[in-house]
Write a protein that binds this ligand. Sequence first.
Ligand SMILES: Cc1cc2nc3c(=O)[nH]c(=O)nc-3n(C[C@H](O)[C@H](O)[C@H](O)COP(=O)(O)OP(=O)(O)OC[C@H]3O[C@@H](n4cnc5c(N)ncnc54)[C@H](O)[C@@H]3O)c2cc1C
Length: 431
Amino acid sequence: MKENNTTCDLLVIGAGAAGTAAALFAGKKGISTAIVGIASHLRFASGLMDLMDTHRTMGPFSQNAPWTAVQAIRTELPEHPYAKLPMETVRLALSQYLSILEDEGLTYHCRSHENVQVITSAGTLKTTYAVPAGMWPMDAVLRQPHPFLVVDIKGLKGFSAKQIMNTLGPHHPCKAFSVDISQASGDFPAEQIARMFEQGDIRDHVVSLIRPNLQGMAAVGFPSVLGVCNSETVRLSMAEKLGVPVFEIPTIPPSIPGQRLETALVNQMNKQGVQAFLQEKVLSVDRVSNRGFECVVGRLHPQTTIRSRGVILATGRFFGKGLMADRKGLREAVFNLPVLQPEDRKLWHNKHFLEEHAINQAGLETDGDFRPLASDGQPAHPALFATGSILAHNDWMRKKCGMGVSIATAYAAVSSFERAMMVKEQPIEIG
Ligand SMILES: Cc1cc2nc3c(=O)[nH]c(=O)nc-3n(C[C@H](O)[C@H](O)[C@H](O)COP(=O)(O)OP(=O)(O)OC[C@H]3O[C@@H](n4cnc5c(N)ncnc54)[C@H](O)[C@@H]3O)c2cc1C
């Protein structure tokens, strides 16, 4: 039984990285906006912001020059979403996004022209563009020859200081140390441990355990569980008590940095007056006309009908369920839009695991305004846009451009929506 009706100018479908970015950019511009989707999806991401890493033709040495890589992709892969955008738009989108997070007290750091390196929970090194303030000291620590201490916490799954030490090897000398903060047996969710670190007495206890092991150590790395809220206060108080820099190392999902990101984005959306349906999904699209869209939203049962002049589709790929796969192939789940995909299922995957897989290029083809194309090659609707990982030609895992593409295309899709609303010959009004 539907209970409510609501209207807005722009409906964003999907509340992952791309959808929340689109809703925020639209809210900031004063566009009346609603968003539907499961925001807790963001907890599965690491909280790192990749812009771009390696390319086939540039070779691995390009990893330190992300902007050069973004520029080069225009000639190497002209269909890539970045290639549809002026460089200036990518820069603007990213800097506005980071400043929105800063307004919520969630500071990110980056070098302007270089990627930074972080240690993963497996002990490997990962290249990324911008990192939360809590991870920022890690880049400096990795560039210097002095040993550091890596601490793990009993009961936190998927994070072993010993494994990190062994995998990092002699290039990055470190010592492993374990602390027990609960005295209870069994596994603890990361969030429970993070909340314990918000208590001063727990921090004092951890500091007292670590201090005797600090001799010769230039810094201390913890799993990223140093508080859910006020994590910078928690981290800096630990650093002050230990007398050396303290940094956070990303953990396996669900991640606390992802949760912090979600909290900051949701707070900002509330402040911008975005109508948020963050536990729900679009169950059906009841009406699409040149005048707008009518979408039915709910968790399991229809609860609200949202009428909007335009839609930004940000439902992701397989993880987000924006694309569905069956024996016949791939289909787009909300509007049944054509999906660029290999002709045959046999072509989805390469026999060599580490090579490119065609399935990772699957998604929606769009015009230069990020409007998905119908089967006749024309935009499916003048006010329907797509952003994020649902876009075709975007192997974000391999090119390490997940957040960068999500943010930049969200920004561009909102600008395209604004332009579409101004086209007088094609008035798009809600009926
Ligand atoms: C485990 C993991 C680690 C990652 N690590 C990094 C990293 O280190 N650096 C980096 O830059 N990027 C990383 N990313 C990628 C980054 O998060 C991506 O940019 C992102 O996943 C793509 O975002 P998206 O919003 O397009 O899709 P998704 O994140 O998949 O979000 C899709 C959203 O659509 C919603 N949705 C689907 N169907 C409907 C419907 N019918 N109605 C309403 N809503 C719907 C879902 O609920 C979800 O909210 C990681 C992602 C994952 C999963």
